[in-house]
Write a protein that binds this ligand. Structure first.
Ligand SMILES: [Zn+2]
Length: 135
């Protein structure tokens, strides 16, 4: 266990999200009662308080809602500058996922661009990232 790397701690509510990448799937928790998409994942629906929630595979594509270019190297193997994007996920109304954009040229990123999900494994979790569609 390397104390220098910040990895998410697996919990009952977030395990599906952080391990879905093993199968190439972006798992978003939905309420079985009212169909509300719950992200970040929780064990109780914040909308109707149902405890019947279950993860479902999202399409894994989306549109860049906003982005920031970061110059701080907060992981040892992180190339700077890097881009964090906030993505409106296809088929998941109201769900925005923030992740790194796998792209070497931050100046080429614009709001509204289409992106697709990818994963990189780090110990027992699969970290989602986005890459531009067709790039
Ligand atoms: Zn609900």
């Amino acid at each position: 266990m390397s104390g220098a790397v910040l990895l998410p701690e697996l919990t009952p509510e977030n395990t599906a999200f952080w391990t879905g990448g093993a199968h190439g799937a972006l798992m978003i928790v939905h309420c079985d009662a009212c169909d509300y998409a719950i992200h970040p994942p929780e064990l109780i629906c914040p909308k109707c308080l149902s405890r019947k929630v279950s993860p479902r595979a999202a399409r894994g594509s989306g549109t860049i809602h906003s982005f920031t270019v970061n110059h701080q190297r907060w992981l040892p193997d992180l190339n700077v500058p890097y881009t964090l994007v906030v993505v409106d996920l296809d088929g998941e109304p109201g769900v925005r996922l923030t992740a790194r954009l796998d792209d070497t040229d931050p100046t080429a990123v614009t709001i509204g661009q289409r992106v697709e999900i990818g994963f990189v494994q780090a110990e027992d979790v699969w970290i989602p990232y986005f890459r531009r569609s067709g790039a």
